[in-house]
Design a protein around this ligand. Structure first.
Ligand code: ATP
Ligand code: MG
Length: 175
């Protein structure tokens, strides 16, 4: 088998498709017998399709580290802070453990922008990463330093979104 070079991949921008891009990579990795660990920051809804799907997909572990409501920028609930810190600590353990080929930190860029997780902590996770592990960081507002350090950065740009014409969140599309 060819040796694996793990990468640091960032999906950012204001359009729809960042979290689902990361999940597409997860599916692809699972097809190669790889193990995936996804931590969702600032999310806490067990009814998300991806949370349900992990109960039938082998090798896909997903943990939510947020409350099931919006975080107020500049005034986070103490529980938002506690869960985000727990998420960052869990990420550290999972990455350092080296058991997972693909580690996805979903919405971590927003958690940094909102001050729930420090930028230094995220940058140090990259340094901690074993060679073969791929790390995916999603969310709007990816920091400059993170984008500099990453191997790949894709910005999803909104051209139009169905929310603007009043079509709300739907199962299988938004969650
Ligand atoms: P998805 O989870 O569908 O891949 P995303 O991760 O790119 O979307 P986020 O920025 O995490 O999007 O936003 C979460 C939710 O907000 C998604 O359910 C998405 O449909 C919605 N959303 C994303 N982009 C926009 C937009 N430009 N306008 C309105 N709603 C959006
Ligand atoms: Mg997202």
């Amino acid at each position: 088998m060819k040796s694996k070079k793990g990468l640091v991949l960032v999906y950012t921008g204001n359009g729809k498709g960042k979290t689902t891009a990361a999940m597409g990579l997860a599916l692809r990795a699972i097809g190669h017998g790889e193990k995936v660990y996804m931590i969702q920051f600032m999310k806490g809804n067990p009814d998300y399709g991806e949370v349900r799907a992990t109960s039938y997909l082998p090798n896909f572990h997903l943990v939510q580290k947020g409350r099931d409501c919006f975080v107020k920028k500049g005034d986070p609930h103490p529980e938002d802070l506690r869960l985000a810190r727990e998420g960052a600590e869990l990420a550290r353990q999972v990455i350092a453990g080296g058991e997972y080929d693909l580690v996805i930190l979903d919405e971590i860029n927003v958690a940094v922008d909102f001050g729930l997780v420090s930028e230094e902590d995220v940058l140090s996770l990259i340094d901690l990463k074993p060679e073969k592990t791929t790390l995916v960081l999603t969310g709007r507002y990816a920091s400059e330093k993170l984008m500099e350090k990453a191997d790949m950065v894709s910005e999803v740009r909104e051209i139009k979104h169905h929310f603007k014409k009043g079509i709300g969140a739907q199962p299988g599309i938004e969650y």
